[in-house]
Design a binder for this molecule. Structure first.
Ligand SMILES: Nc1ncnc2c1ncn2[C@@H]1O[C@H](COP(=O)(O)OP(=O)(O)OP(=O)(O)O)[C@@H](O)[C@H]1O
Ligand SMILES: [Mg+2]
Length: 269
């Protein structure tokens, strides 16, 4: 369902408008995107409020298009969208408890090996819990692919795990776009740990098989007890699925996300 963007007619500036929503209890101001986001306690519940300056309009439009096309229990959809007279925009999401596996942090990648951090805690879960979380992300992307979208900038910073509820959520799909498309830059945005070779090739076709690669990298990196791919927790069958999903040449991979999800399910049963 399309999400309407409500214009804010008053001359409110963004900080004042945010303060009127409720009390800020968290701030995300170190993100690579340059967007500033906040946890805000409102009278109707806690919200994750993401603000976009005018130069981020492309991201806002993409996020709205993605959530208009895709609905899935593991994908957090915005509750509302607003545009201020200043050109700034705001997306309001439900607040999710838990932690993003790779949060923006001054320590950089070291945050992933902090034993108290979400990533190390996730990697220490029983294997069946990890497998259930990974299956949810695969399933969400079957829906994404069925809607004709390809993942861009998918990485462990998009995965928020709720340890209390044992549930994985996919957040920040602001760079996802309709595919296939031809890459008209030297590379796509994203984490090199997750990216397919074609994402670094101007003129390359980016399609569902690129998403297959990204998801294959997720399976490899998250079903591992450590951060350097040296402590594999899975089976040889699962490993074989990953090898195929992350083949350098797209034509050697699973042809669709659904095919990957089916192969993984069979290997994991
Ligand atoms: N619904 C939510 N509930 C609680 N926290 C959230 C929610 N969505 C995102 N977050 C937190 O806010 C952080 C920033 O959100 P998001 O990834 O959407 O921002 P971004 O500006 O696009 O960042 P990036 O530069 O990594 O793309 C996330 O890493 C996560 O810690
Ligand atoms: Mg982002």
């Amino acid at each position: 369902m399309p999400i309407p963007v409500t214009p804010i007619p008053a001359d409110a500036d963004l900080p004042a408008w945010l303060d009127a929503l409720g009390t800020r209890f968290a701030a995300f101001e170190l993100q690579g995107s340059g967007c500033l986001s906040y946890g805000i306690a409102t009278p109707t519940g806690r919200r994750f409020v993401k603000t976009f300056r005018a130069e981020h309009d492309r991201l806002l439009r993409r996020a709205l298009a993605v959530h208009a096309a895709v609905a899935h229990e593991s994908i957090v959809a915005p509750l509302a969208a607003y545009r201020l007279r200043s050109g700034e925009s705001v997306l309001v999401y439900p607040w999710l408890d838990g932690g993003v596996l790779y949060p923006a942090d001054p320590r950089g990648a070291a945050v992933r090996t902090d034993p108290d951090g979400a990533m190390a805690r996730f990697r220490a879960l029983p294997v069946d819990r990890v497998e259930a979380a990974l299956a949810a992300v695969l399933d969400a992307h079957v829906t994404v692919a069925a809607a004709g979208l390809v993942a861009v900038d998918f990485y462990d910073g998009c995965l928020l795990y709720d340890f209390a509820a044992s549930r994985m959520h996919v957040v920040d799909m602001d760079e996802y776009r309709p595919g296939p498309f031809t890459l008209e830059a030297d590379r796509l945005p994203g984490s090199t740990r997750f990216m397919a070779p074609e994402e670094f090739r101007r003129g390359a076709v980016i399609d569902e098989r690129t998403t297959v690669f990204n998801l294959g990298r997720m399976l490899r990196l998250l079903l591992d007890a450590g951060d350097v791919e040296a402590a594999w927790r899975g089976t040889d069958r699962q490993s074989a699925v990953i090898t195929r999903a992350t083949a350098p040449r797209p034509e050697h991979r699973h042809a669709t996300v659904a095919e990957l999800a089916g192969a993984w399910r069979a290997a994991t049963a």
